[in-house]
Structures are given as structure tokens and as C-alpha cells.
Design a protein around this ligand. Sequence first.
Ligand code: SAH
Ligand code: SF4
Length: 377
Amino acid sequence: MHMKYFIVTYGCQMNVHESEKLAAICEKMGYSLAEKREDADLIVFNTCAVREGAEDRVFGNVGALKKLKKKKPSLIIAVCGCSTQKESTANYIMNTFPFVDIVIGTFNLPNFESYVNAVKTGRQMELLQEGELDETIGYKRTSGDNAWVNIMQGCNNFCTYCIVPYVKGREKSRAEKNILSEIKALIEEGKYKKITLLGQNVNSYGKDLSPQVPFSKLLKDICKLQGDFSVTFMTSHPKDLGDDLIDVIATEDKVLKEVHLPAQSGNNRILALMNRRYTREKYLEIIRKLREKVPNVRLTSDFIVGFPTETDEEFLDTLSLVKEVQFDGIFAFMYSPREGTVASKMEGQIPLSVKKKRVNELLALEKKIQKDKKNQE
Ligand code: SAH
Ligand code: SF4
């Protein structure tokens, strides 16, 4: 009988795109997509480590497969991605869920096929510490007329709350010519109207290449490709969003007039503790320039409330920033301590009840802003 696979993805767009690579590997092995996990012979969890909630959901959902495995002992269960890149989590899964067959980290993904083949000889666990950019495996694209295109992996910023640099390694940019030829081929396929460039901090694209290629140049070169398509990107870091990029967004018709620019906090002391390397004033200056040069630009942002030592007054600065900018949408997160990060060891962790109160206040403000904007239309 035909073998089937099912992938469960947690986390960001980059993980969604990684799962498109996993799907391509599964199909190359001869598996086809199952409609639901009960029908599958191979179930893969592609995990996220950014916040505690995402990890807890993985544990719950993996645990729930015990029954399925009992019914179908040949079922192969794999857990991979950012969460299992951490040794403590990988060990926890191996010890808690004896029916899980494969536990691998982010850097092991290109070898996924060999782990599946090796299951016959026993359970697999491996966490490579570093990985090369993989240009050989394709993607089974699953996002309609939007095609995700990875332009870099990893992050060098070490925001003190964030696990990403620990599980994704240092920044590595793909060669510009490889990105351009991937996009050219996508456009020629004729199925895609929108290209979304992905990276943890796209503004530092190309700094590790020789010669260096600024992100604004990459974007301009993409716009020179023939065809009827638009291009957008995420995520931008305010510390390196320069005038050159604002000019490209303003002048190139193919670039969508939208920027996701996570501010994280509106308070300078908290921003410094977060190691974000910009101030509230610098952030507002970028917003002012963007709005000046790109009329009607769609602006969205991320915020973290309850970072260690954040006082009520400092939280008010976040509310006032959100009020001042009038974003087109924001994500608000309660700070979640991540093992091994600087902030997780800071004194002055904020009680959950306070974080909840703050996140609700921020979300209520956001709701009001969106309602008022709608009424003005
Ligand atoms: N590279 C991107 C986003 C990475 S994670 C950037 O720098 O903006 C996506 C969002 O998750 C972040 O913008 C932040 O708001 C949130 N986040 C990251 N770590 C977190 C943590 N420990 N607790 C709560 N939210 C977190
Ligand atoms: Fe995490 Fe900061 Fe890197 Fe974004 S820029 S991935 S928040 S360390």
C-alpha cells in the first residue's frame, strides 16, 4: 500500500518554509500527503522554541500519538526543528515518549531521509551543532500564489530574550545569484504572484558575503527580473533599516508597501536590556521616514510585555508608542524565559499575573486602534 506522511508545523514562516522542504524530502522517498495524522505512516513535528507555549503544545500533541502508535506499530514518528535543537528538550522527548523514533535538530534536516531509513535499526537522536546552507533540496510549496524564499539563515543579534541565535546558529547569507535564479524559476512557473523573502534579520543580508551585497541591492536586482509579481520580506530589524532600503521600497513598483518592524518595547531602559541597539526615538524616526517616503505604507510590529524588571511606568511607554504610531497590526507576547538566554538569568522576573494584565491592556489598545481606523475609512 502507498505510504503517507503528515507534517505538523509550529512557529514562524521560516518554519512553514522548512516544512515545505521536509515535504519535498518525504515525497522524494515515495510518501504522499495524508489528509490527517491518523492516515499517516510517517508523522513529523517541526517544532518552535521561541516561546514556552509552543513547546508545551508540541509535548501534548506528541504524547497524544501513543495510542496511534499502539494501533499501528510501523508508524514512524519524528520530532525536529528549533525546540529539539536544544539538548535538554531532545533528551526530554527521548525519555518521556519512548514511541518517538527520530529526534533531530534544525541542522540535521537535510539528512532527514537517512534518519527515516535508519529507523529499522533503532531509535535515532542527533543534534548537529552547525550546518551549511542547503541549496540542493527543493520545496513542495504549499502557500498558494505566495512563494517563500529563504535568503539567509541564523542570527547574530543575541537579543537577550531570544533563543533563535542558539538554535539557528550564526547568520549565513545565500549567494545572490542562487536567490535570483530560484526566484526567476518560480516566476517562470507562472503559479506565483508574490515572493516573500525570509530571514531573521533581512537588513543584515549579505554582510557575510564577499563582496558584500546590501539587502537593498538584492531587492533592486529581484525587481529587475521580468514578470508580473510583487515582492515583500520579513523580518526587518530597526537597528539596520537604512535610508537605502526605504528608497527601494518607495521607488520600486514590485515591492509591496508594507514593513513588519518589531519594536518589542517603547521604553529605552528595557530596549537596552533587551540588547536591541536602538532607542524609542530612533525607532520613531524610521517610522517617520517610512511614512514620508512611502505614503500609506502598511506598518506592523511585535511587542514583548513583562520583560524582567519592566515597571508599570515602563510598560506605559510601550502603550504610548503603539498609540503614537497607530500600526496596522501588532503581535503582543508575554515574555517567556528561554533556557540559556541572558534575560532568563536576570533578577526581577515578572509574575505571570502581571504579564497577563499587561498583554491584555496592550491587546485592548490594539483593538481600539483598529476599530477607530476602520471607522475612519
Ligand atoms: N527575528 C525576528 C523575530 C524572531 S521571533 C525579529 O528580530 O524581530 C518573533 C517574535 O517573537 C519576536 O519579534 C518577539 O516579539 C517574540 N519573542 C522572541 N523571543 C521571545 C520570548 N523569549 N518571549 C516572548 N516573546 C518572544
Ligand atoms: Fe531573536 Fe533578536 Fe535575532 Fe530576532 S534579531 S531572531 S529577536 S536574536
